[in-house]
Design a binder for this molecule. Structure first.
Ligand code: ADP
Ligand code: MG
Length: 628
């Protein structure tokens, strides 16, 4: 030993460290909480290094073979201590590891260890984690003894340009390993509260491969808060359902049971483990615009971030984590976001979640329907967001329909039940199911036994207007132009077959069209109405009327497409009106406008002009009274 074991030495940080420290405090981590994660990760790292060294030098473990991390709090003295019984540091290690960044101890270790490093779960390749302690501490002391060494050293710094290294008398230091003492800044004293420490340690580091013990205050009993095993690395077959549930509850803060558990390990070009859950109930903030995804990213069991964008937005209800074996424990979240590794994990994970949902839909239809009832609205966002997976998502989608009652229909079932001559999947969009079911536009469909989907979520109008197909069948709104009904035979017991339009009716239609002028794009005899006299439909090329309404409400509609007024030529009232002569001109004018307003009201709209509407209505009533 050539080291002078009595000298205290003051050294300046490498220029890069000073810069880094400045960055740490001012910009790098917006979230100061991570200091604990970094210190625990270093402690776990040190234990892993020792385990690796002890393979060839078992004597290093001495009579203390079990790795352990102990966190102690001393709020009165504004202190937090993180201690491990890992590999420890020599004087030289300290100067190098805690005074420079170019040669991180971890990186040097990986180089030295060469082959076989895959076996050790080494974390951190950028060597900046330790300095995050200065986000919460005005002074940091590191007391450490290298495994197998007789000397112990104290490193100490206020993070402002220099540090001190001094020998420690042998009664004081750990027998082996490192003790990091944080002298907290005034605005960080709350971290020494035991509840906060425990929550942080559990949520950020509850799954590092080393058990964690907490000593809440000086003299308190040590309490185990993490057992050192990560649930997701254990084989599926050995994990009990209760363990999954506990884990889910711990990570989500919800107290329900998960509706689905997705646990797998991807191997090959990329290695990562996934443990994810579909919650059993809706989280309250599901529709919060700012709500981020809820998948956490770990790297080799160390928590990195919970906003790594690991799933598309339409799967934001899924909670869980991805643990990558390939990513570095990186200082910058931005770098993680741009990583190609992340993109391919995102893809693999998304496909897997959808595949597992599809399996569930097939094998446990009831359980799946519960998921759909909670999260279908969100999943449907994928129908317009994720073009590539639209077909897959359409298979997962469930709908209410004119024939489903309270139940749900999948599209495969819909297609299987399509009528002879039916070429499209018909739907009607609107916000009120009861009004939809009663709407005149559906009459011709009912008369032919044709099922129509009732799309009542606002999101429906968005995807359905992107002209999707399912199984080669286009979606078609029942309110849109010619709905191809005449190709499909009526049910036996339905109203009389279509009759030819008499010239009387044709004249009446022309009259109504002239009376309404610009208000409508056309007036036509309807083959979809069997009971009602009138209804409005969108022109052949126009958008679905419900969609148009939504655009209008959002102020995004330049010019509304004028609707087509369809009139039921077989309706008694219409037939009688058509017979009226020229002398009833004024009456017929009023009627023409009232028919249009009637159709609007049936559509859930208001009459064009309330005042004129009531005047017309009053005139007609007065005439009726004078004749009776
Ligand atoms: P990284 O962990 O990414 O290497 P850090 O800044 O977190 O970077 O730590 C720097 C180095 O300090 C580590 O690589 C390690 O050599 C050393 N170190 C930090 N904490 C400990 C510890 N508890 N035990 C042993 N060495 C440590
Ligand atoms: Mg580290």
């Amino acid at each position: 030993m050539t080291t002078d074991t009595t000298a205290t030495e003051t050294r300046t940080f490498e220029a890069d460290v000073s810069r880094l420290l400045h960055m740490m405090v001012h910009s790098v981590y917006s979230d100061k909480d991570v200091f604990l994660r970094e210190l625990i990760s270093n402690a776990a790292d040190a234990c892993e290094k020792l385990r690796f060294e002890a393979v060839s030098r078992p004597e290093l473990l001495g009579d203390d073979p079990k790795p352990r991390i102990t966190i102690s709090a001393d709020a009165d003295n504004k202190q937090i201590t993180v201690e491990d019984n890992g590999i420890g540091m020599s004087r030289g290690d300290m100067a190098e590891a805690l005074g420079t960044i170019a040669r991180s101890g971890t990186r040097a270790f990986i180089e030295r260890a060469g082959e076989g490093t895959e076996d050790t779960q080494l974390i951190g390749q950028f060597g900046v984690g330790f300095y995050s302690a200065f986000m919460v501490a005005e002074r940091v002391d590191v007391i450490s003894r290298l495994a197998g060494s007789e000397e112990a050293w104290r490193w100490s710094s206020d993070g402002k340009g220099s540090y001190e290294i001094a020998p420690v008398p042998l009664e004081a230091p750990p027998k082996r390993g490192t003790r990091v003492v944080l002298h907290l800044l005034d605005d960080a004293v709350s971290y020494a509260g035991s509840y906060r420490l425990e929550q942080l340690a559990k949520s950020q580091s509850g799954h590092v491969p080393v058990p964690i013990t907490l000593i809440e205050k000086p003299g308190a009993e040590p309490r185990d808060i993490a057992d050192g095993t990560a649930l997701w690395v254990r084989p599926k077959s050995e994990i009990k359902p209760e363990e999954y549930t506990d884990f889910y509850r711990g990570m989500s803060g919800q107290y329900d049971d998960p509706a689905a558990t997705i646990h797998f390990r991807a191997e090959g070009r990329q290695e990562y483990s996934v443990l994810a859950f579909v919650p059993g109930s809706r989280p309250f903030d599901l529709f919060d615009q700012d709500r981020k995804g809820r998948m956490k990213l770990y790297v080799r069991r160390v928590f990195i971030t919970d906003d790594a964008d690991l799933l598309p937005r339409y799967l934001r209800f899924v909670r869980g984590l991805v643990d990558s074996a390939d990513l570095p424990l990186n200082v910058s979240r931005e770098m993680i976001q741009e990583s190609r590794l992340l993109a391919s994990m995102r893809k693999g994970l998304t496909n897997r979640v959808l595949a597992d949902l599809a399996k569930l839909a097939e094998n446990e239809a009831e359980a799946y329907v519960k998921i759909w009832e909670n999260f279908g609205v969100v999943l449907k966002e994928g129908l317009y967001d994720d073009h590539e997976r639209r077909e897959q998502l359409l298979k997962l989608a469930r709908f209410h329909s004119t024939t489903s009652g309270e139940g749900w229909r999948g599209l495969a079932d819909y297609v299987a039940a399509m009528k002879e001559g039916q070429k499209a999947i018909f739907f009607m969009a609107g916000d009120d199911r009861a009004r939809l079911e009663a709407s005149p536009q559906l009459e011709g469909f009912k008369a032919r036994g044709i099922e129509a989907l009732l799309l009542t979520d606002p999101v429906d109008s968005f995807w359905v207007t992107m002209a999707p197909e399912f199984d080669g069948k286009p979606f078609k709104s029942v309110t849109q132009g010619a709905a191809e009904l005449s190709d499909i035979p009526l049910l036996d017991n339905a109203a009389k077959p279509d009759v030819e339009i008499s010239s009387e009716i044709a004249t009446f239609l022309a009259f109504v069209k002239t009376a309404l002028g610009d208000a409508v794009s056309d007036v036509k005899a309807s083959d979809r109405l069997t009971e009602s006299a009138v209804c409005l439909v969108a022109p052949e090329q126009g958008p679905d009327r419900q969609f148009e309404r939504l655009l209008n409400a959002a102020g995004r509609l330049d010019k509304a497409a004028k609707p087509v007024l369809e009139i039921n030529p077989r309706h008694e009232r219409i037939a009688a009106l058509a017979k009226l002569g020229k002398e009833k001109q004024a009456f017929k004018e009023d009627v023409a406008h009232l028919l249009y307003d009637e159709a609007r009201v049936l559509d859930g709209d208001k009459p064009v002009n309330a005042k004129i509407f009531s005047e017309r209505l009053a005139r007609i009533i007065a005439q009726g009274l004078s004749q009776s």
